[in-house]
Ligand binder design. Structure first.
Ligand code: DX5
Ligand code: ZN
Length: 212
């Protein structure tokens, strides 16, 4: 298996100095940029839209991982593709067109991901595992940075890793929420390949924290 990747979540960045913070992440050797899109409906918080993703695209060549925490993502998928997303991640809890969306993303040459909330069983995405490049497991309650990692997540990572091995699939397992040095190690041990981290990376010396 490839090396562990770290994907800093800019939800914890200084929004008025976003470009400066992106440069810091580049210098600290971030593997991806994780961008949480929240619409105040699918989750209570609200963040950005496609124009922000396009603006970020203009200032960095880091792979942009766009986590769509929005209701009915089918309405805006093309906008996020045009904005320059490299990995587009959708939730089954937000749409009845999950497979169709994933196939559409892949046809555009972009990596497709599926994400599930902590409360959503792994079985919910069994029908699309062969289509995706990434499965993102929310490992805390959704919507805000700084929420604590929930131990239930370890069981879900283990279950997903088992399914991946049994079916000889190649998707990466990404964990998102409450990741720090300790929960990152636990997640890696259970089979995670990509760690998203927001508050942990931004709340201390970045170049040290990013070596999760
Ligand atoms: C949570 C978001 C996360 C968030 C993680 O709903 O999807 O990406 O930024 O933040 P931390 O690492 O602070 O838990
Ligand atoms: Zn996220």
């Amino acid at each position: 298996m490839n090396r562990l990747l770290v994907s800093p979540s800019i939800l914890s960045a200084d929004f008025l100095n976003l470009e400066r913070d992106i440069r810091r992440l580049e210098q600290a050797n971030a593997d991806h940029l994780h961008i949480d899109i929240m619409d105040g409906v699918f989750v209570t918080n609200t963040t950005w839209g496609p124009s922000t993703v396009a603006a970020i695209r203009n200032v960095t060549s880091l792979p942009l991982e766009v986590h769509l925490m929005i209701d009915k993502p089918e309405r805006l998928i093309d906008e996020y593709l045009r904005a320059g997303s490299d990995i587009l991640i959708v939730h089954p809890e937000s749409t009845v067109f999950l497979r169709k969306i994933l196939l559409h993303i892949k046809r555009q040459g972009v990596k497709a991901g599926v994400a599930i909330k902590l409360e959503t069983p792994v079985e919910t995405i069994i029908h699309c595992l062969e289509l995706v490049d990434v499965v993102l497991l929310l490992t805390c309650d959704e919507g805000f940075g700084g929420n604590p990692f929930q131990p239930l997540a370890i069981k879900k990572i283990t279950r997903l890793d088992r399914l991946r091995k049994d079916d000889n699939l190649e998707f990466k397992i990404e964990v998102d929420g409450g990741i720090n040095i300790e929960t990152g190690r636990l997640s890696k041990g259970a089979g995670a390949n990509i760690l998203v981290a927001g508050s942990y990376i931004f709340n201390q010396e970045m170049s040290t924290a990013i070596n999760l």
